[in-house]
Design a protein around this ligand. Sequence first.
Ligand SMILES: Cc1cc2nc3c(=O)[nH]c(=O)nc-3n(C[C@H](O)[C@H](O)[C@H](O)COP(=O)(O)OP(=O)(O)OC[C@H]3O[C@@H](n4cnc5c(N)ncnc54)[C@H](O)[C@@H]3O)c2cc1C
Ligand code: FES
Ligand code: FES
Length: 1302
Amino acid sequence: MSLVFAINGQRFELSLSSVDPSTTLLEFLRYQSPFKSVKLSCGEGGCGACVVLLSRYDPVLQNVEDFTVSSCLTLLCSINHCSITTSEGLGNSRDGFHTIQNRFSGFHASQCGFCTPGMSVSLFSALLDSSSSEFTVLEAEKAVSGNLCRCTGYRPIVDACKSFAADVDIEDLGFNSFCKNSLPPFDSEKRVCSFPEFLKDEMKSIDSGMHPWCSPGSVEELQRLLGACKANRDGLSVKLVAGNTSTGYYKDERDRHYDKYVDITRIPEMKEIRENQNGVEIGAVVTISKVIAALIEIRVEKLFGKLAAHMEKIAARFIRNFGSIGGNLVMAQRKQFPSDMATILLAAGASVNIMSLSRGLEKVTLEQFLQGPPLEDYDLVLTIEIPFWHHQSYEFLFETYRAAPRPNGSALAYLNAAFLAQVKDRMVINCRLAFGAYGTKHAIRCKEVEEFLSGKLITDNVLSEAITLLGKSVVPQEGTSNLAYRSSLAPGFLFKFFHSLIITEKPSSNGYYHLDQPKPLPMLSSSQHVPINDEYFPVGEPVTKSGASLQASGEAVYVDDIPAPANCLYGAFIYSTKPYAKVKGISFKENSVPDGVLAVISYKDVPKAGQNIGLKFSFGTEPLFAEDITLHVGQCIALVVADTQRHADTAANLAVVEYETEDLEPPILSVEDAVKKSSLFEIYPFLYPQQVGDTSKGMSEADHRILSSEIRLGSQYFFYMETQTALAVPDEDNSIVVYSSCQTPQYVHSSVAACLGIPENKVRIITRRVGGGFGGKAVKAMPVATACAVAANKLQRPVRTYVNRKTDMIMTGGRHPMKITYSVGFKSTGKITALELEILIDAGATLGLSMLIPSNIIGALKKYNWGALSFDFKLCKTNLLSKAIMRAPGDVQGTYIAEAIIENVASSLSLEADTIRKINLHTYESLALFYKDGAGEPHEYTLSSMWDKLGVSSNFEERVSIVREFNESNIWRKRGISRVPIIYPVSMFATPGRVSVLSDGTVVVEVGGIELGQGLWTKVKQMAGYALGLLQCDGTEELVDKIRVVQSDTLSMVQGNFTGGSTTSEGSCAAVRLCCETLVKRLKPLIEKSGGPISWNNLISQAYAQSVNLSASDLYTPEETPTQYLNYGVAVSEVDVDLVTGHTTVLQTDILYDSGKSLNPAVDLGQIEGAFVQGLGFFMLEEYITDSEGLVLTDSTWTYKIPTVDTIPRQFNVEILNSGRHEKRVLSSKASGEPPLLLAASVHCATREAVKEARKQLRMWKGVNDSELMFQLPVPATMPVVKELCGLDIVESYLEWKSSVN
Ligand SMILES: Cc1cc2nc3c(=O)[nH]c(=O)nc-3n(C[C@H](O)[C@H](O)[C@H](O)COP(=O)(O)OP(=O)(O)OC[C@H]3O[C@@H](n4cnc5c(N)ncnc54)[C@H](O)[C@@H]3O)c2cc1C
Ligand code: FES
Ligand code: FES
């Protein structure tokens, strides 16, 4: 019996007996097929990198249905007779790229490109869905709403999607490389592969019973099968499979062995939707997407529309397309999954039809189902019935609610609710009030409140009492995160629901009885002002990103896409779960070596000639494996090596490390403890920032002082879409080649050589491209590559690893957390005279690059003229995970600290923060005092004029008044607006390059810098085009198309240094320019000799004939002083805070950023937007939480929330300022990679303004008269954080106040 399917039109037939039924489609695609465009990023349904199009033929209807699924959760056996299309199946470099892929490239919508194939397929599917109707802008925005991208900030992706919409005005689309009005519409027929005919002929049923995977075609057949399994003497374990998406949440399920996998999706009764006069009956395996479509279709029942709208917020479309309604309810019932489905169907009065082997058929209410004992393995949910309500004689109201970090789904709710009330003459006849997902076993009905409200007219007092009763029912279980916040949401939702029925005793005179109607999220819009500078053509042109179409089609090769060499093995890390303990031994659960395991590599396997080194850098070395004692949780103890990545991962999960802590000092788990125990790293004096002026004098001149105020900042995880990965291949003569996804090949090289104890000329590190780095693939990539190298060396076989997301999150670490204590002195005008800081930085257990953090903090913090500035830094050595340098490391904290101080000063003087900011902006003189040579020439200081310019272009003053008016007339939503400046110093580094011209006139370029998505290759190509173009022979205008930048190879290009600090593109361009100048010098005599015009190709032919050296390499070294220069930017952000949920919507952000003379404004625009959105994540969303011993708890896409399409500014305007000549820069350009991240502080500051208004109102309600509004808004300002500051009891306080004024 075989499994037959097609991938991109290619037929695959596998014998069912040979397939492990737990194999996922992704595993098959990536490890057993040539199609690598499908990427693995989370492996749990939370990112969309693995999305494929699944097409299924219906022989009865004779049509093909197409929909997306996440291949990481879909089981291979589920796709029998299906056709799978990946992005390279839509279009590719050989057959021609698809319009979608070209659109992604033309809209500059791809950076590292790791998310782009998934995005392309998601958009393709959304376009197919709408091919009968019209694809609208609204659908365009939703097309990729579940797909994560860490680089672009989404705006260009959404524009690429919108470019297909029928209702879009091309003029309104963002910056792109297409001529206006020339965008062809989507043609569903135009793709490389369509549904293959051969599959239509092969629709045979799969034999049930014989194989571990079976697929019964009727309930009776299923019943027989289950009965037989149960009756089997050994009690065969059975897994019923619908969409299998539950394994995204219950990941242990994947490693569990089942004797039988029973596919229940072919049973007719279970996949139908039937409507009768009482309601609708939905088969349990009907997918959520189909349920939504059906509910929308049944228009007579208004309640169904609301259910459908809520269901659209469950997961992402590619999960809803395969995940079933029954599967969801079973997860909720059996495993306490925080389901939305259960809550909303509970309120809608649903019931469930069950087929039990022991009890036969039974129908129970959903409530009984949820409350009953967990469904047995052999029991089946057949159908779900939802009754009609419109037949009832009373009017009824129905609403559903959910509070979640992402408004449009792809995030579990903190609490969800659904309410149904039958009402007559505003009296509640009866009601059903359901709540769920708040840390309860299952969704519940609040019967006590329902009974209390029945038969009552709703008044403030009645509602108040109902809310008090509710407080006793909606109580999260102990240990639930954000417990108080979750409970506080219930009264808010109840209040919103019943508010319209409130009978007001006295009419309101002050407008306070108006409840702001919930509004849908505004549509995204944007504008970009991008100066094009053709002085150094083609440098300065917004050329599309090199290789963007290849990235979109998924053909771009990342380390894990390199085909596995023969005999390849796979590694997975075993990490410490104790912060400071002796390692007594490593074994596996049940003392048996798991399947496929070949070795457990530890420090004992480091060759004798080598050392246990995982990182070698200019600051020193760090161990690869823990030796006798672990230094922190997440430290690498060993690498388990197996025949497949899955076996290696499973084995690492099964590993048991025996620890002993006897006789050991307790671990240092806080910066305070580190200081107490003098556990500190030294900061080299040349890296210690310099104080400015005399702070004692400044303090004495101050009218006011705030003393010893404290701020704490947490960490942030990189969340590159491609996790850490390497492939090590032993080569002849004891040498080794390592393919590493890293930003630091030179240092990976030294680390591997030192660890293996071999000379550096026997090591070769190759890095072609990296799927996002953000600093995380600098030092943290070194041990990953080195561990593979040690294993490969020991086993003399290639060893690769692709670290799974959870392990990556636990082992890699992120930004440096810190504790800041400051004293600030200031005049009554707001002019600050002195700032004194004490900063304790948690560097973790090892030093890494932490020594750079103090100067970075101060570099960004000095953006204001503090009068005088002094500080004391302590770099604390703790037993916590070593921190890494993440995009804008220290700088983002520095900027935040500055703003927190400004806000504190403003509050204490009762002045606007904007006034304090302006008054303390630098003049050129003070800038020169604070930044010394880095300040550059006076004309280069553009910040103060940018401050005013953005004030005008963003309409700042007028909007401040509008916000004020809004806040006066709205009580449940408050707005805030804030303008924030940034200064960001960067330094130039030595960077090598080589340019070689081949005999056909094409050019190959090598540089030290790595393409991480930041557009380095594109800029380098432009620079080579410009510099060789100076020869001015025929054909040099098209030279850019002949240039190819190739992978970094540490034996070919030495001294590659590291890619980071925002200036590697500039440095690489400068190196390439030097090489080109050499080539130009060598070629010029030939032109002169030729006497007349000569074509480029002719010139090169002659040069070859005359043996002119056409390969030039050079090392760019920055001029001695100054190597540092300053970057400037200003942002204005306006937010809207929902006081009931604490949710913040960023309504608008306007950015003005000085790019000097941009080398490529399209690339720089992408960097600005992408960095800003990553900063938005840091300030508003991303909680990188650990337990008390330092083990990361938010270790998955379920708990760690990076921004998505629906969390970015609804109006996102960016203007790039061309600030003219900068003699000491590379063609007058400036950096764009990191500085704009800091501008996201404007969102945080605006949120604080909104919260301030909410607190003022709450104080008024509570009758607290003090005008003190000093408070700190922590980072990240998540929904619970914001709500807590706005008042968890806000609804109760309002009702109390209202009854007191009535
Ligand atoms: C990334 C992600 C985000 C999500 N977000 C949300 C969310 O915000 N809100 C929400 O409510 N849900 C959410 N879900 C849950 C999602 O709705 C469920 O995973 C899906 O509906 C399960 O259906 P399935 O067909 O894939 O079930 P499966 O995974 O196939 O099955 C789930 C379990 O139920 C059993 N089973 C399945 N069908 C039956 C049946 N008919 N009778 C008896 N047993 C059965 C299976 O054996 C298995 O144990 C999310 C899921 C993912 C992966
Ligand atoms: S890898 Fe499948 S959704 Fe993330
Ligand atoms: S381009 Fe989207 S993750 Fe890098």
